[in-house]
Design a protein around this ligand. Sequence first.
Ligand SMILES: *Cc1c(COP(=O)(O)O)cnc(C)c1O
Length: 338
Amino acid sequence: MIDFRSDTVTRPTQEMRQAMASAEVGDDVYGDDPTVNSLQDYAADRLGFEAALFTPTGTQANLLAIMSHCGRGDEYLCGQSAHNYRYEGGGAAVLGSIQPQPIENEPDGSIDLAKARAAVKADDFHFAMTRLLSLENTIGGKVLSLDYQRQARAFCDEHQLRLHLDGARVFNAAVKSNCDVTEITRYYDSVSVCLSKGLGAPVGSILVGSKEFIARATRLRKMLGGAMRQAGILAAAGRIALEQGPLRLHEDHENAEYLAAGLVEIPSMAINPANTQTNIVYAHCRHGKAAALRDFLATRGILITAGDPIRFVTHRDVGRTDIDRLLGEIRQFYQSHQ
Ligand SMILES: *Cc1c(COP(=O)(O)O)cnc(C)c1O
């Protein structure tokens, strides 16, 4: 199967499997797993923070961040299309009793800071206490500018808010911004990063922040059932993902551009190639035949996410020849489905 549904589908490399098989392990709940400890130290350093925590998922890393920054009855500002508002089961509200205050994202994925300012609640007992702004970079494959993130930091300082980054794909953002990842992460109080997407690990995310923040998150991770035992097996692959994964993300971006350029040539597809900034390509099916296209492609061994728009994600396990095959099959489909 050629899988364009997500960059989460990457399989661990031979090198990762070997590192997993030979990883030194201990009970991480006792803090005894040297491979987890080493990954956390490396991640904290790599992202420019005091401390890091290895988590089973990005969803949990975001939840820990929101719950560590906010208490029961507080609120966080986030984008209407933020992953940690839309796609995480409402965890902050359900499990943290923290109210989300979503704000419509701008077309570039940012949150207009004037709208954020208007949403910050006054100190009045009628209102929840606004504690946190949560941004996402990349968001829908789009990159927030460094200048915008600097302004967001200033905004948070002005209003005594904490600033969290859902950086599931922050290394894709760094590649596109042509900067070291710390040029982005420096603006934030905490950052979550998925090791299991384009970076290629089979499982796991990282949350970084101050020592005190990570101590709170560690307590909450235990409460939420995310404290694992010989997790070094997973951290061993995560370490390789974090060290080596970023070095090849530019290939995914080039492949996404190549795919977008190919889709532009297909009249039944509506696509603005300027929107393809990293490894995610969105295209509308002009005839509303996305589901039929998905089913057709599946019979040809190709998997896509058939929303409106259709989403194609490039990653380590799809190359140029796979993209050529995809484009060929899409053309074939439209020849018989005008
Ligand atoms: C994938 C993703 C997450 C959550 O990661 P999981 O490991 O799937 O829980 C969070 N935020 C963003 C932006 C993501 O793309």
